[in-house]
Design a protein. Structure first.
Length: 179
């Protein structure tokens, strides 16, 4: 059975196909964990929120229509679950979140690339949380602006403005670092 098409996957899940549901989970769980770590340093809370999300999807599967972008839908849902849980448990986003940005992969980096990577990470660490989040969604998760708008609950133009501001601020910070 070819389950690479998300619409087909959702339709099979709506019919109660456990294999399709498991495939959906396995296909997106790593992206969800990675995104959750950008919002919250509490790994058990992230795991619980992902489990709650998939439990909710399974229990309400017959009511769901396939989303236009499954990854964006799942990330937005996880974001809402985490923010609700953090608010409920009085956990707030803190500067600890940025430690996960240091895990950027570049196996073949030479010494000059390492210096540039260090400058980039240092610049990212200095950005406000919303700018970090939007950069992560756009450039690490490869999510389009329209879907970022839905995930973050802000307008499309606000996404564009925030991305532009973040990139501009990073450029300034990197320039300052290089001097």
């Amino acid at each position: 059975m070819n389950l690479s098409n998300d619409t087909l996957l959702w339709n099979k899940i709506r019919q109660g196909d456990v294999v399709a549901f498991k495939f959906l989970y396995e296909k997106y769980v790593d992206d969800l964990i990675l995104y959750g770590q950008k919002l919250c340093a509490d790994h058990p809370l992230i795991q619980d929120s992902i489990q709650q999300l998939f439990l909710y999807l399974w229990e309400n599967r017959s009511r769901f229509l396939p989303p236009q972008n499954t990854k964006a839908y799942l990330i937005r849902s996880l974001r809402n679950n985490l923010l609700r849980s953090m608010k409920k448990e009085r956990l707030f986003m803190d500067t600890d979140i940025e430690r996960h940005w240091k895990e950027v992969d570049d196996v073949n980096a030479n010494h000059e690339d390492e210096k540039q990577k260090h400058r980039l990470l240092k610049a990212i660490e200095q950005l406000p949380p919303r700018e970090k989040e939007i950069l992560h969604l756009r450039y690490y998760q490869n999510i389009r602006n329209q879907e970022i708008s839905e995930i973050m609950g802000i307008g499309y133009q606000s996404v564009s403005n925030l991305l532009q501001r973040a990139v501009k601020r990073m450029g300034a910070l990197i320039s300052e670092e290089g001097q």
